[in-house]
Design a protein around this ligand. Structure first.
Ligand SMILES: Cc1ncc(COP(=O)(O)O)c(C=O)c1O
Length: 398
């Protein structure tokens, strides 16, 4: 459908790229923006009195405004630029959880979560004497809402941190039910939107979550840039996460005062080009529109699910009623890595492994899955090629 927007498919006309949950390819507008900035407009931000620096600062400000609009945040200073989702979660763990949660309170995640939304909480919980537990999933890969209700009521939950969309199974979590459930007991809520930002319209005000984070590279933008949205009052009350230049007001031998939001959380020279090129990525998504993205990816998901279900000895892991275009599967007697290697010989890029979600693999008692994940440029013909290649894998191993 949109392969012509992505130069990589000119260089690899035969490539079927189905590893979009790991990272997405970049449209020409994003590549051009990076090239243009480095070639013609490059300078640092904030410090310069000269025109180039002022223009770069303006572009960074524009990108923050575009991001504010993208997630529908109330205030532009609620948008903090980070290196990615992982850094955004670590920031909240080290700043919010470390200082605002009290011993005896619990951090709740779900069995579906990526290691990025698991390990930072587990570590801070150990260090600060907080509880750390997960809400279980059922065998379709859906959060058990009864268990969630019970745990949220019975535990002293200080923070619920969960993914919007699961990277391992594609499950779209009912965050519009879980957020009010957690808020009813006074807990704060962080949503890991790493897998959602390229598929689902985000509205942080409608969701009423306290924190929402995502990575640029998974939504057609550059690597090294991510976003943390946080409610202004919370961010204001939180101490800085990293210290150094650009995040201070006054520095003396005896004391330092910190800058206002968002600079307070953006120590050091930021990834200027990547911040600037996040804007065309978000505009690319908005240009297509989330209704159209959903319609397109849902059709691919249905086509692929039906075709793969018909292959003997193949089992889809993760059959939630609400799914993004991600299909994890295993084949009897064939290791997922072998599936990936054979598909690679057919020029089809999929992922094989535990997808940084070992607790999910433990639930299904499997070491790994093969995973095909779809994006805006994939086509029905890509699905046909995937299915034919998997048939071939089966005949090789028979
Ligand atoms: C659900 C989820 N959360 C967090 C992350 C971490 O994102 P990043 O590596 O861009 O920080 C990923 C990446 O795969 C993910 O899928």
């Amino acid at each position: 459908m949109r392969k012509y927007d992505f130069p990589i498919f000119e260089h690899h006309p035969d490539l079927i790229y189905l590893d979009n949950a790991a990272t997405t390819q970049k449209p020409k507008s994003v590549i051009d923006c990076l090239t243009q900035f480095y070639q013609n407009d490059y300078a640092t931000i904030h410090r310069g009195v000269y025109q180039l620096s002022q223009a770069a600062t303006q572009k960074v400000d524009d990108s923050r405004l575009a991001t504010q609009r993208f997630v529908n945040a109330q205030h532009v200073e609620e948008i903090i630029f980070t290196r990615g989702t992982t850094e955004a979660i670590n920031l909240v763990a080290r700043s919010f959880a470390a200082t605002q949660l009290k011993p005896g309170q619990t951090i709740l995640v779900t069995e579906l979560d990526h290691h990025a939304n698991w390990v930072p909480w587990q570590q801070i919980a150990k260090e600060k004497g907080l509880g750390f537990e997960f809400i279980p999933i059922n065998d379709r890969g859906e959060i058990d809402l009864e268990a969630a209700q019970k745990m949220i009521k019975e535990r002293n939950v200080g923070l619920l941190a969960l993914s919007h969309v699961s990277n391992a199974l594609g499950t779209i979590n009912p965050i519009e039910i879980l957020i009010p459930m957690a808020k009813a007991v006074g807990a704060k809520v962080l949503i890991d939107g790493a897998q959602a930002a390229s598929h689902v319209q985000i509205d942080v005000q409608a969701l009423d979550c306290d924190f929402y984070c995502f990575s640029g590279h998974k939504c057609y933008g550059p690597t090294g840039i991510g976003v943390l949205y946080g409610k202004k009052a919370l961010l204001k009350a939180m101490p800085p996460y990293q210290f150094g230049g650009d995040m201070v007001e006054t520095v003396t031998q005896g004391y330092t005062t910190f800058a206002q939001l968002p600079e307070k959380f953006e120590a050091g020279t930021p990834p200027i080009a990547e911040i600037i090129a996040l804007k065309p990525a978000l505009e690319y998504l908005q240009g297509i529109g989330f209704l159209e993205i959903h319609r397109h990816e849902e059709a691919l998901l249905i086509q692929a699910t039906q075709a793969l279900q018909a292959i003997p000895d193949l089992q889809i892991i993760g059959t939630a009623a609400q799914k993004a275009a991600v299909i994890s599967f295993i084949m009897e007697g064939i290791h997922p890595h072998d599936i990936g290697t054979i598909l690679d010989a057919e020029n089809i890029a999929i992922r094989a492994g535990h997808h940084c979600a070992q607790p999910v693999m433990q639930h299904f008692q499997i070491p790994a899955t093969a995973r095909a994940s779809f994006g805006v440029y994939n086509t029905s013909a890509d699905v046909d090629r995937l299915v034919a290649a998997i048939e071939k894998v089966r005949t090789i191993f028979k």
